[in-house]
Design a protein around this ligand. Structure first.
Ligand code: ARG
Length: 466
């Protein structure tokens, strides 16, 4: 039986009927639909609409339905309009007419709003867990990198030497923000639309607080018009995922670059690479390239969501059905991707010798050299100019700043002393960057300790949700 055929005199165009259904994709919400329906059923019983026996048979019927949630055959129902219709049909099949009582005082508008929130909340919980594992992998790599150095680039030109660990912890910071954003999104979404009805609120005296708390929501939503038409949580969530995926493209791009013959900073892990069907020597970083490529989909999903709600009048409009697939695709993409990235990070081997070697040449100590003069009273702008001239001389001679004879340096500025070369060793240059958040080895050690402390508290929080 349809959920709404009474006032129709003519049947639907069959093509239209098939086309407007959402069950093909919203079957993913079966578990959430059953959970929300169980909460509603309990409230109906409290309101005197269901007898105790009816409640029990509805709850048992709903349990039987979720038990088959992964059975493709069970879900193959070309007649179900959407997941709400499907559950009602199955329930009636299992327990007969009392199944039709479940829809008393509610609307699919509040159901889909609730189911989708539950889905996004569960996805956030899983992603928080997965991202914590990725952060742990970054810290693990940073620990393994010990005091080895590498070039840091600006404009993709060698800039200054940094510890490899410092570079890896930059990703820790980036992904930590992603984790924070998800936690923040979770807070805002954790309100329960049940009891909002179609738009004006339920017509029965249902206990909204009880429904909300039985589903783990903090409290009921504040306004039935807003609650049935709001998809902000979906937009926020998918935008958060998009930013995460953009971060992953930056990570992937660097790893691709650093794995190339031109850099040789790392060896692509066999377990996450593929070969070429034509060129036998090839090993390609497919995981990294696909990571870069997936961001396009995420941006598409986020854009689709934003455009769907643009100019949409209150309250529920069927357009909102179109918000589901972008959420599902973004979620499924990221749930699959993040653990793979973590696996890659655990498997990758950096060539610390090559990295360290690359950090020793190319005038990456020029900033430190200018600072040497600054410390001896030379105004920085002049020091910059003079070291720039020294670099030009080195370029002609084919040497580094520390190789220039003292007399030659003194012609540029008499402030140069014997100790100039020793202030330009890799160790000396790293060490002068000695404030929290900078690359001096003691600071990086401290940053690793801090990162581990953060990780431990993140793990506690994820457990709290689980
Ligand atoms: N399948 C619908 C959706 O996803 C459920 C809500 C339908 N509501 C309605 N008034 N037709 O949005």
């Amino acid at each position: 039986m349809k959920m709404w055929s009474g006032r129709f005199r003519a049947p639907l165009d069959p093509e239209f009927e098939r086309w407007q259904r959402s069950f093909d994709f919203d079957k993913r919400l079966l578990k959430q639909e059953v959970e929300a329906s169980s909460a509603h059923a309990r409230a109906l019983k409290e309101a005197g609409v269901l007898s105790s026996d009816e409640l029990i048979s509805i709850l048992e019927g709903l349990q039987k339905i979720t038990a088959q949630a992964n059975d493709e055959k069970f879900l193959d129902d070309p007649e179900a309009e959407d997941v709400h219709h499907f559950v009602e049909k199955q329930l009636v099949k299992l327990i007969g007419d009392p199944g039709y009582k479940l829809h008393s005082g509610r609307s699919r508008n509040e159901q889909i709003a609730t189911d989708l929130r539950l889905y996004v909340r569960a996805a956030i919980d899983q992603l928080q867990h997965d991202l914590t594992a990725l952060l742990a992998a970054c810290v693990l790599c940073a620990g393994k990198a010990a005091d080895n150095a590498m070039p840091a680039y600006t404009h993709l030109q060698p800039a200054e030497p940094v510890l490899v660990a410092h570079w890896l912890l930059a990703y820790f910071e980036m992904f930590s923000r992603d984790l924070d954003r998800l936690a923040d999104c979770r807070k805002r979404l954790n309100l329960c639309p049940l009891g909002s009805g179609a738009v004006a609120g339920t017509t029965l005296p249902l206990n909204r607080n009880a429904m909300a708390s039985s589903l783990g929501f903090d409290c009921p939503t504040g306004n039935s018009i807003d609650a049935t038409s709001d998809r902000d949580f979906a937009l926020e969530f998918v935008n958060d995922l998009t930013l995460l995926s953009l971060h992953l493209t930056r990570w992937a791009e660097e790893m691709i670059l650093f794995s190339s013959q031109e850099y040789r900073f790392l060896t692509l892990p066999d377990a996450y690479s593929t070969g070429s069907s034509a060129m036998p020597q090839k090993k390609n970083g497919d995981l990294l390239e696909l990571t870069r490529g997936k961001a396009a989909r995420l941006i598409g999903n986020a854009t689709a969501l934003m455009v769907t709600v643009k100019g949409l009048p209150m309250a529920y409009n069927k357009d909102l059905q179109e918000t589901q697939q972008p959420v599902f695709e973004a979620t499924e993409t990221m749930l699959a991707l993040v653990p793979l990235v973590t696996g890659w990070m655990r498997a990758v081997e950096f060539d610390f010798e090559v990295m360290q070697e690359a950090a020793q040449s190319g005038f990456m100590n020029a900033f430190a050299a200018a600072t040497y003069l600054t410390r001896r009273g030379v105004p920085f702008r002049l020091a910059h100019e003079q070291i720039g001239k020294a670099v030009a001389i080195c370029l002609d001679k084919g040497c580094e700043l520390q190789d220039l004879p003292l007399e030659e340096l003194r012609q540029l500025n008499p402030a140069f002393q014997q100790d100039f070369p020793s202030s330009l060793t890799l160790q000396a240059v790293l060490t002068i960057h000695d404030v929290p958040g900078a690359t001096a080895p003691t600071q990086v050690k401290q940053a690793i300790v801090e990162a581990k402390r953060k990780l431990a508290s993140m793990k506690e929080e994820t457990h709290a949700h689980a």
